[in-house]
Design a protein around this ligand. Structure first.
Ligand SMILES: [Zn+2]
Length: 489
């Protein structure tokens, strides 16, 4: 089952300006992209489509080391009018190109070059969201390199990727027998990864009804089996929890990085991890990977009507449920679970200090600036909700409402609809917890509340924290027998 995904919700902030013209009709013919490797780091792209106006865009952002972000790596944009003449486009800023008489003349093709040297720039959101050299191959996300008409939201797309005979392509798009890729909408086209070049060794495994393809850079291949086990365990548990997989294909690409970072897309996610993969850092990369994988359900399928409203819910939910899943699947122990919960509490308290008394929604508008509050506050929301729903209606009731949200995610969620579903299932606890977490800093109230749900917590100031398990008449330990029922294996 492939669920529809709101384009605007996923790319907000990337789209500049707005189309002043009527939406182009796609007709029955798909928009065709032909991506062809030229010499060295150059790719030539040509797209053909039913006649449209002359405005084209890429996903734009600023980047250190560039004059104009991803635009630095797009060259010679030209469009063909319906009389068959090619015209050079004028660059209009913010990733927008305009062909002559863009509003009134009809165009049916664009062509341009990609200079795949994106590693020259520092991408503050992580290069896995843009493009980078992948050993001898090239990693791309569609949005910063595919010039498109943003009125094509409901079009279908066909993509061919050509290179020398020893090259292969690994893409998140569905592939037909003739090798052509197919994307069922603009989001699927632009918010996905494709990697092309020599030496790629993808591995595909079947999890639930999903084909999961894993592709790793050379240096990370030794860690392959550990990563495969992790994905198999976590994705399998997510499928069980939510009742199905939100997509039938999933591409996971691991690149080496100086820091751990990840980006989740429509049918794919890109993860960068320190190489070589160290088992001493397993807790960290496991959490990151399981978090990004969980976004397929929470964040991409359960998604917001208004892009920023649910950042706290989706990021915090991904963090909380990741920790719980890793513990329940035996991939982390009680010590790592406590360490993770302590981190979430500390993040929330420190986030309250650094971000001030702003609400969780407001914090999500500038997510990077308010990371601690968004992730910490969101994780505590899910933790408290799980504890209170379990106490009220028994183990598994939190999972049941998450599943209900997923099953009703044909439409995106407004904050009101989300809270309504959660309140109906929790007897109003959701709204009460949400209001509690939106209050000004009060470490005592937080530690007391944690203590009441079987997680006795002591704090010295907002940063020194000690959390223990104290279910089942335990004094407060890190032993399995004392883990509260909502977290217990
Ligand atoms: Zn996330």
């Amino acid at each position: 089952m492939i669920k529809p995904i709101a384009f605007a919700a996923m790319t907000i902030g990337l789209i500049s300006g707005s189309a002043a013209y009527a939406q182009p009709a796609c007709g029955n013919a798909p928009v065709r992209y032909d991506i062809r490797h030229g010499a060295g780091t150059t790719f030539h792209v040509e797209a053909e489509f039913a006649a449209t106006s002359g405005q084209f865009d890429i996903g734009w952002r600023t980047a250190e080391g560039t004059e104009d972000g991803p635009v630095d790596f797009i060259r010679s944009v030209e469009g063909r009018d319906d009389a068959g003449n090619w015209h050079a486009a004028d660059y209009d800023g913010y990733g927008t190109w305009l062909l002559p008489e863009a509003d009134t003349r009809a165009y049916d093709a664009v062509r341009y070059d990609i200079l795949a040297e994106h590693d020259r720039a520092v991408w503050n959101i992580g290069k896995e969201e843009i493009a980078y050299r992948f050993d001898d191959a090239f990693y791309f996300v569609g949005s910063p390199v595919l010039v498109a008409d943003y009125g094509w939201s409901d079009c279908t797309f066909e993509v061919t990727v050509d290179g020398p005979s020893d090259w292969t392509t690994v893409a998140a798009w569905a592939q037909r027998e003739d090798g052509t890729y197919q994307a069922d909408g603009l989001t699927e086209l632009l918010r996905n990864i494709f990697v092309t070049g020599p030496g790629l060794e993808p591995r595909t495994m079947r999890i639930g009804e999903m084909d999961v393809t894993l592709l790793a850079q050379d240096e990370l291949r030794e860690g392959g089996p550990a990563l495969e086990t992790l994905l198999d365990e976590t994705l399998g548990r997510y499928v069980d929890l939510f009742g199905s997989a939100p997509m039938d294909r999933y591409l996971v690409v691991f690149g080496e990085g100086r820091m751990n970072d990840g980006g989740a897309f429509a049918n794919s996610f890109g993860q960068r991890v320190l190489s070589p993969l160290r088992m001493s850092e397993q807790l960290l990369w496991s959490r990151l990977l399981a978090h990004e994988a969980l976004h397929a359900w929470i964040g991409i399928t359960i998604r917001p009507e208004n892009a920023f409203d649910l950042q706290w819910f989706t990021e915090g939910g991904a963090d909380y449920l990741t920790a719980k899943t890793l513990y329940r699947s035996g991939q982390i122990d009680e010590h790592d679970l406590i360490f993770t919960i302590e981190g979430q509490v500390r993040r929330f308290l420190l986030g309250r200090i650094s971000s001030g008394s702003i609400g969780l929604i407001e914090a999500g508008v500038e997510k990077q600036q308010n990371r601690q509050l968004v992730y910490g506050g969101g994780a505590l929301f899910h933790l408290f909700l799980d504890a209170e729903m379990t106490a009220r209606t028994g183990a598994g009731s939190y999972e049941a409402v998450m599943r209900q949200l997923y099953e009703n995610s044909n439409a995106p969620y407004s904050i009101e609809r989300l809270m309504q579903v959660l309140d109906d299932a929790s007897g109003g606890s959701a709204s009460e917890i949400y209001a509690f977490l939106n209050e000004p800093l009060n470490p005592n109230a937080v530690t007391e509340r944690l203590t009441r749900i079987g997680l006795p917590t002591a704090a010295f100031g907002p940063d020194e924290l000690l959390v223990r398990f104290a279910a089942g008449n335990c004094e407060g330990t890190r032993e399995a027998r004392c883990v509260p029922v909502y977290l217990a294996r």
